[in-house]
Design a protein around this ligand. Structure first.
Ligand SMILES: Cc1cc2nc3c(=O)[nH]c(=O)nc-3n(C[C@H](O)[C@H](O)[C@H](O)COP(=O)(O)O)c2cc1C
Length: 176
């Protein structure tokens, strides 16, 4: 799928078909996350893919009861290790959130390229998920997404709800 079609037709989709994702496709989208740029060396982002139906339901309940997540055949949790140093920016320990967010976005866009629906999930119980997924103490959750085929293919053409280009983009300096 052409790159700009991928980015312009990605939508947060919350209804999924009961259809498995072939493993080679799942591996491809997870591999796209691996290709993301990162501030840390060694690389500190990891993903946990949850397929078991009971575990999906438990994970969804740890996302403030967003039960729609469990109806997708896979839920991906993107996690990152706390980093003590950064690359000279001001973000310090929060830099791991940036690294994790880029990985999550790569996965979400790759999923769209494969005809799969996703929904970035930022509302979750980090401590609860850490325990549930048995994450090491210094690793936290950055984002999750359910991944599956959309119940309605038309969801990809839902009207977008974005800032207009002129409002968002400035050339040379900020212009009111
Ligand atoms: C950091 C972040 C956290 C989000 N958390 C949730 C969430 O917990 N549950 C949910 O249904 N959608 C969540 N979303 C999805 C947004 O609601 C969605 O991206 C936004 O409404 C724009 O719609 P679009 O993704 O279809 O372009 C989140 C998105 C981001 C970027």
């Amino acid at each position: 799928m052409e790159f700009y079609s991928v980015v312009n037709t990605r939508r947060s989709i919350r209804k999924f078909r009961q259809e498995e994702i072939p493993s080679e496709i799942l591996f491809r989208i997870l591999g796209a996350g691996r290709a993301a740029p990162s501030a840390s060396r060694p690389y500190e982002v990891s993903v946990v893919a949850v397929k078991d139906p009971g575990r999906r339901a438990a994970l969804a309940s740890l996302c403030n009861g967003q039960s729609f997540m469990a109806s997708a055949p896979v839920i991906i949790a993107v996690c990152a290790r706390n980093v003590k140093k950064n690359r000279g920016g001001y973000m310090g320990e929060y830099g791991m959130l940036v690294d994790g967010a880029i990985v999550a976005d790569h996965i979400i866009l790759a999923a769209r390229a494969e005809g799969l629906a996703t929904c970035w999930i930022g509302s979750f119980d980090n401590a609860g998920i850490k325990e549930f997924l048995e994450l090491p103490r210094d690793i936290n959750v950055v984002a999750l997404t359910p991944v599956g085929y959309p119940a309605d293919e038309g969801s990809f053409s839902q009207p977008e709800n974005k800032k207009c280009f002129e409002e968002m983009v400035h050339f040379e300096k900020w212009q009111e």
